[in-house]
Write a protein that binds this ligand. Sequence first.
Ligand code: ZN
Length: 451
Amino acid sequence: MQRYSIPTQAQEEEHLVAPQQTPVISPKTSRKITLPLEGGASDTWNVADDAGQYVTLFIRDTLNEAITQGASDVHFEPRSDCFLIRFRIDGVLTEYARLPFVQYQKILNTIKVLSDVDISEHALPQDGHIELSVQQVVSESTFSAEENAPSQDQTHFFDIRVSTFPSVNGEVIVMRILNRSGALLSLEELGMDDASLAVMRDILSLSYGMMLITGPTGSGKTTTLYALLRELKSEERNIITLEDPIEFHLDWLRQCEIREQRGFTFERAMASVLRQDPDVLMLGEIRGAETAEQAMRSALVGRIVCSTIHANTAVGAIARLVDLGVSRSILAHALHGIIAQRLVRKTCDQCKETYTPEPTNLAHFGLTPEHGPFYRGKGCSACSNTGHKGRIGIFSVMPVDATIQSMIFDQKPLAEIQDVAIQRGMKTLKMDAAVKIRAGLVSVEEAVRVL
Ligand SMILES: [Zn+2]
């Protein structure tokens, strides 16, 4: 499969005569957008010609601006008389540009070519992908971007997931911006404490078994999944991932994208992937009974399997797998550990102040005012007056040791399994949150919002 990437500054200077002012990627620019395009639609678009370069440049410029402003999504929306470009910043859509409709088709076509989707398909939704490298970025949009803030002249890679969708006015394009360096955070950087890390590394040092990550949508499971793979990264290991879709493209993994429409389903992939001789297998998500069972069996025959499953707590993941019909004996033997997690906004360091939280909120985490001082962000220019900057994970790591194993096997109630795990040193999500609240990393209110 051929993949196009948007040309870098240097490549452009080599090949491009016009425009006179080559846009420079710089933070906090407020450039006026002009697009030197005339005429209507063209289905035979050539990216290499001059106008193509202009459009490509414009798209790259728009994406740079979106990244600079910390947007998570960029929308290209055709209306009846114009088309809009809107950015989603901190969860809210804001208008970035309003352009004549006549320019839409060229932009649409170029985006389609760049993201490797069928340019002649207008009636059906399509999914594509663009890789973008930029020299300078000021971004706060991704998970814990703060620790990863790029310095000047550093090249950063972004994966842009492109979705086209037919509307009455034409195809709408929505781009999701994923910061690849955000996918390369270590477990420490994600906010996992030393004790949980030691447990995790113990589990991963075994040559087989399954590690599951659980949490609701948007809890950062995928980021943690990649952090686990980073722990397992080694020249001697063949790491294969099955993902739907691939969120971050990484060279040191053998990544495979599931394509349900073409019949390449998780079940189909799982049935063949063991013949690809993997040491480590990563499944984006366990959704169905068959995949769950196949993954568990792979874990029993000498593979490390990492995946995610939708549940609220670590023991909840066990219940979910039982519900799916996975046999308790396979479950007890294959499952080596479960990570439950949530994502919370970190208190801004620049405007952190002490305050007295509501005692009922404190009680939620087993805390009293005597455990203070407690901190919150007052709001400043560094955090756009939100009092929060960056994000951090709240973790609960449950090792499935011999004791827990026999409890799963004996169909013990989940509450009992959880109590025993706590006695043996497991921190619940609330316990981990309490530690982070007392350390001033997270405000009580923010923790209450998520837990
Ligand atoms: Zn602040």
